[in-house]
Design a protein around this ligand. Structure first.
Ligand SMILES: [Zn+2]
Length: 402
């Protein structure tokens, strides 16, 4: 470890020697699928206990109300778990945001529930990389920083939400409030590659549920009186598909609705995901969706209601973000870790934080891979490695105010 001050050296050592693996094993044993409210509550309590090791005011916050369109085209309320929020020294000169999520993509009924060793140092388990390992890394780094001289110059907020894997609709406002006025943000998604490479630019993502109401009629007696909602949905899906271009992907993913064969169907729900690479493309896509909807509504004499939207704004690599990446890279170099970054096609809370104008590195978590599958794994030596990297990054951000 070259170029470290003695206090940096001590903090890095402390961060790396925290008992992270035990935490990951205990947390991975609790199913916290985004829809498992009881499991999420248990997980929130475990995290609240663990994060109580940090100073500040810790609260479990109720989620924002969220609605979704069901397969009958009706708006229904979706329940989410509570989010952990911790605020530490809100008047200190350097203010950071640290975020993670407690939910996983594996529901209570999924077959993947238990951690097991694939080989020495490689742990397979639900959420071990995405991101219970990352949560342990975040906590270890902050504990180490708290014991460093000058920690009183650092203030921070932590948000650990319960709904990241389903789009963070119930935590978006908590995230953006907590991002306000922050010098930088660190989010503990696993590294983009097993070698530790970070995710740089990310596209945005929008999910839409488009409800189309036509008019039913007898398929033989008076089909001309009908307005076929299914055909309108198919027409709209094809029009939206034609919006695809460099910097915009479009995926019509489902059409629900229909009727018996002797009835003209009067209801269809089209679901579609769009991923724009820049805010400009997002704006253009919004206008083009409106135009396509208007054309189908008038051309086929149906009513169309669009719900949903671009809940994850695009995250281009701004100059401010690039500075933060360079700071992490230098910290890595001083620890003997080579840290690079590359664009990613995925989205996460880093998108929402970046949209608040706060530079963010959102893959500060562990090294591992095959996330969102039953082969998800964590390379356990990366716990200490990434905790040291985070501690040093935070210390250097803190010293900017010295
Ligand atoms: Zn994740």
């Amino acid at each position: 470890m070259r170029g470290l001050s003695s206090s940096e050296h001590e903090a890095v050592e402390r961060a790396g020697s925290e008992q992270m693996l035990e935490q990951v094993l205990a947390w991975a044993a609790v199913n916290s699928g985004s829809r498992n409210l009881a499991g999420l509550e248990r997980m929130a309590e475990l995290l609240a206990d663990a994060f109580a090791a940090l100073p500040g005011a810790l609260r479990l916050e109720d989620p924002q109300p969220v609605e979704a369109v069901n397969s009958d085209g009706k708006s229904v309320k979706i329940k989410h778990g509570r989010h952990l929020h911790l605020s530490v020294r809100p008047t200190a000169p350097v203010q950071l945001l640290l975020t993670g999520h407690m939910d996983t993509v594996f529901g209570a009924d999924h077959s993947f529930q238990q951690a097991r060793w694939l080989e020495n140092g490689v742990l397979n388990g639900p959420g071990v990389a995405d991101m219970k390992g990352g949560l342990a890394v975040m906590l270890a780094a902050l504990k180490a920083v708290e014991r460093s001289p000058g920690a009183d110059r650092l203030g921070y907020e932590i948000v650990i939400n319960s709904d990241e894997e389903v789009g963070s609709l119930g935590s978006a406002s908590l995230l953006s409030q907590s991002a306000m006025g922050k010098r930088a943000a660190l989010t503990y998604e696993p590294a983009a590659l097993p070698d530790g490479t970070l995710a740089g630019a990310r596209p945005g993502s929008g999910n839409f549920a488009i409800v189309i109401r036509g008019r039913s009629a007898h398929a033989g007696r008076n089909p001309e009186d009908g307005r076929n909602a299914l055909l309108a949905a198919a027409d709209l899906a094809l029009r939206l598909d034609r919006l695809k271009r460099e910097g915009l992907s479009v995926n019509p993913s489902r059409i629900e609705g229909g009727s018996p064969s002797n009835v003209v169907p009067d209801l269809a729900i089209l679901r579609v995901n769009l991923r724009p690479r820049t805010p400009q493309i997002e704006e253009l896509a919004k206008r083009e969706i409106d135009e396509a909807v208007a054309a189908v509504a008038s051309g086929r004499d149906v009513e169309i209601e669009v719900s949903g939207g671009f809940a994850r704004p695009p995250k281009p690599l701004t100059p401010e973000a690039e500075e933060l990446f360079k700071l992490v890279k230098q910290a890595g170099a001083d620890l003997g870790q080579e840290i690079g970054w590359q664009p990613s096609g995925g989205v996460c809370d880093g998108n929402n934080i970046a949209a608040c104008g706060v530079p963010v590195v959102d893959t500060m978590g562990v090294r591992g891979g095959k996330i969102h599958s039953a082969e998800e794994y964590l390379i356990t030596e990366s716990l200490a490695e990434r905790a040291s990297l985070s501690a040093l990054t935070i210390l250097r951000l803190m010293r900017e105010a010295a």
